[in-house]
Design a protein around this ligand. Structure first.
Ligand code: CMC
Length: 428
């Protein structure tokens, strides 16, 4: 392939540069297209549009490859831990022992949140979905740390915001759950590690000695690693676009949490379990639900299936499926929806509709089954995804700022009414 591309519009030929990434991915650079020709490109859902050049995560959807900063997700999930992976994503290299200890200890020292956060929390009715509460609490950090409103402040200030956010996110998440179930919040315990502390804030009762089951804490840590980044997905693209207006990191990530919430993105993990339970309650006839998923007149979709970029398999789903089996066995849990999930997967993998469209189980198909086995309530599943995705959002926000990227502002092709004259109300 040459390093330029030619397009011919209205008989006029235009030459555009082709750029190449470090994994030989090629892209036609159209950044000067409108200036030289007056035309734009259109690509609903950005299916063929690269919005940035990024050095954080590499993904090959055809081959089922996912790497953070060059390290495979399989190796990181097996050998690393979530805080180490967070450091890797945000700062670009694996930490030395000294860097790791300093990072982990700063995070541990900032887990406590301002007492007034409790007042905000109490203002939410008990039916509030924890994702809405989480995004509000993250955005509210701009009020407690007003200096964070200026993302152009020194690196030291940005690093402090990063530490605070990673440290406080489990507190916000667990407190949103406690508030929902009407229990007093549990304060962070700085003797515990990241996941152990989160599980204690979620499940301990006041004044209770609580130590998380190591099987549960390890499985949770692995799940967080698997969700930690996924290049330019809906929520990450949101974080970068919001941040491109020089909104603060807290505001940008709060927006990302909202984007993640939808059932086509992170909200799918909750939707999968609700779907599996629905199928079970309906008698467990998976064929009937497969037929509904294929019927174009029926809005039902097989949740946890299909992916914008994975057209072979989702490498995260492979690891999670195995982890689900391990965790259920170790915890001695027998979950009947697991059988329904396996049945649906088997049918979908040999069904021409799913095969032709390259629809495979995605990360969310089995993650809900593990979360359930770990005792996490269904409406907290997407919050767990957000906890995991946080370092990725931070890394992408930081990269966007350091690259001095311009404000994100797409164009459009207008299809509305042409110029017309206003008719006063009493004459219509
Ligand atoms: N069930 C039935 N049909 C489906 C499904 C599904 N889950 N997913 C896609 N299709 C069909 C779709 O109807 C279309 O068919 P046709 O070509 O005949 O019109 C074709 O497959 C292509 O689908 P699309 O909607 O054009 O693909 P997309 O890239 O725009 O959407 C998706 C990707 C993930 C939103 C979609 O596959 C979906 O809705 N899946 C279910 C929700 C889900 O599990 N989301 C979690 C994704 S993983 C977490 C994350 O990283 O966000």
């Amino acid at each position: 392939m040459s390093d330029t591309a030619q397009i011919i519009v209205d008989g006029k030929s235009l030459e555009l540069p082709v750029i190449e990434g470090s994994e030989s991915e090629k892209a036609i650079d159209i950044s000067k297209l409108r200036g030289s020709s007056g035309i734009i490109t259109i690509d609903p859902g950005f299916k063929n549009t690269g919005s940035t050049q990024s050095a954080i995560t590499f993904l090959d959807g055809e081959k089922g490859i996912l790497r953070y900063r060059g390290y495979t997700i399989e190796e990181l999930a097996e050998k690393s831990n979530f805080l180490e992976v967070s450091y890797l994503l945000i700062y670009g290299e694996l930490p030395t022992t000294e860097q790791y200890n300093e990072f982990a200890s700063s995070i541990t020292n900032h887990t406590l949140v301002h007492e007034d956060v409790k007042k905000i929390l109490e203002g939410f009715p008990s039916v509030a979905h924890p994702m809405g509460v989480l995004s509000s609490l993250v955005c509210a950090q701009t009020a407690f740390y007003p200096e964070s409103l200026d993302p152009n402040r020194s690196h030291g200030d940005v690093d402090m915001s990063i530490i605070r956010l990673i440290a406080k996110m489990p507190t916000f998440a667990a407190w949103s759950y406690k508030n929902k179930i009407g229990q007093p919040v549990i304060y962070p315990d700085n003797k515990l590690n990241y996941t152990g502390n989160f599980l204690k804030m979620m499940f301990a009762l006041p004044a209770e000695e609580y130590l998380a089951d190591p099987v549960v804490a390890d499985a949770l840590d692995k799940l967080l690693i698997l969700h930690a980044d996924h290049e330019q997905n809906c929520s990450t693209a949101t974080v970068r676009v919001v941040g491109s207006s020089h909104a603060s990191m807290y505001a940008s990530i709060s927006a990302g949490i909202n984007a993640l919430w939808g059932p086509l993105h992170g909200g799918a993990n909750q939707a999968v379990i609700e779907m599996l339970e629905g199928i079970k309650a309906d008698g467990g006839d998976t064929k009937k639900w497969m037929a509904k998923a294929k019927d174009k007149n029926d809005p039902f979709r097989l949740m946890g299936f299909g992916h914008r970029v994975y057209k072979n398999f989702d490498p995260r789903a492979k690891i999670i499926k195995k982890a689900a089996d391990d965790v259920l066995e170790k915890l001695g849990v027998n979950d009947p929806v697991l059988d329904i999930a396996k049945g649906l997967e088997e049918e979908a993998l040999r069904d021409p509709y799913f095969v032709e469209r390259k629809l495979y189980p995605n990360v969310d198909f089995y993650s809900g089954i593990i979360y359930r086995a770990l005792g996490i309530p269904t409406d907290m599943f997407t919050v767990m995804f957000a906890l995991g995705r946080l370092p990725g959002w931070i890394a992408q926000w930081k990269e966007m700022r350091e690259n001095k990227e311009p404000i994100g502002r797409p164009r459009q092709v207008y299809t509305g009414a042409n110029d017309r004259t206003y008719v006063p109300l009493n004459e219509r």
